[in-house]
Design a protein around this ligand. Structure first.
Ligand SMILES: [Zn+2]
Length: 295
């Protein structure tokens, strides 16, 4: 239930933005008209608006997955959000790796996959960043094409194909628009939590000002669900084959992660990318399926 705890963390981040905590809280002086029932109406309206907005956003069919998605952000907004959060994301992992040749190695592999697949025919601006962090084993993607791998993970991978496996999977998160989808869901949830917070504080001041910071915070704390991982693995396998890499490398990556989870490195990738054991079986099945289709 990591997603839920992230949402609760966000709730606590949001809270100070609504009123200064002294004059707006429980038991403060109120105008005669803003009794309990008036506040309840506002709470219900905001919650209802959040629900209606979520379900009235027209669902789009994703070109890569064939799945219908409710999204608040278009491609342009995704790209802007990714670029706006890029520096903050890197800073959380010690900035970019000082190893220039390793940095360009990672970017070259990523760009090769983009060039060879439909990922290159999207509006997304893909950039692949190697981060200096040698402790935390992780790779992640921001919406719009900003993709990151820590040095700790990079140094565990034995071949170019394995690096391509990780990057192909992350490209899958971008084109699968998983962050956007979660943001749309979180907005629904936030609309409801906002209603509760306003109900508790009797104020909605600062909401707009807090919104962008909150969005970035959401991106930094986003956790993908198991379905997103499976979908990204499926896309990763396809991208690897289409760009001439060995798709079995993705299975080896799973084994590397599993083995490493017994060590002392912080395997953050396990919390953002769940359950490597079952994923390996799924990847194997996808490879077989893809090869059968091409026979
Ligand atoms: Zn993933």
């Amino acid at each position: 239930m990591q997603r839920t705890s992230a949402v609760y963390r966000k709730l606590f981040h949001i809270q100070p933005a609504f009123g200064d905590g002294s004059s707006q809280g429980f038991g403060s002086r109120r105008s005669p008209l803003s009794g309990c029932s008036g506040r309840l109406v506002i709470i219900l309206l905001i919650a209802a608006f959040a629900v209606i907005r979520y379900f009235s956003t027209p669902a789009e069919v994703n070109h890569f997955t064939g799945r219908k998605q409710h999204l608040d952000l278009d491609h342009h907004a995704e790209i802007q959000m990714g670029l706006a959060s890029r520096a903050e994301m890197a800073a959380q992992h010690g900035g970019l790796s000082p190893d220039a040749s390793a940095r360009s190695h990672v970017n070259r592999i990523g760009q090769k996959i983009v060039r060879s697949t439909d990922a290159g025919r999207t509006p997304y601006q893909f950039e692949f960043h190697l981060l200096a962090d040698r402790q935390v084993v992780n790779a992640f993607a921001l919406p719009g094409g900003q993709i990151f791998m820590t040095e700790a993970l990079y140094r565990m991978l034995g071949s170019e194909d394995e690096i391509a496996g990780v990057l192909g999977h992350e490209i899958g998160h971008v084109v699968g628009r998983h962050s956007s989808e979660q943001i749309a869901k979180n907005n629904l949830f936030n609309g409801i939590t906002t209603a509760i917070v306003i109900g508790a504080t009797g104020s909605e001041g600062g909401y707009d000002a807090a919104r962008m910071a909150q969005m970035v915070n959401q991106l930094v704390t986003l956790k993908y669900g198991r379905d997103d991982e499976i979908e990204s693995d499926t896309l990763g396998v396809r991208f690897l084959i289409e760009s001439g890499y060995d798709p079995e490398a993705l299975i080896r990556v799973m084994a590397v992660l599993k083995k490493a989870s017994g060590g002392s490195n912080r395997l953050e990738i396990m919390s953002t990318h769940p359950d490597p054991g079952n994923r390996a079986e799924h990847i194997r099945a996808e490879i077989e399926k893809y090869r059968a289709q091409r026979r």
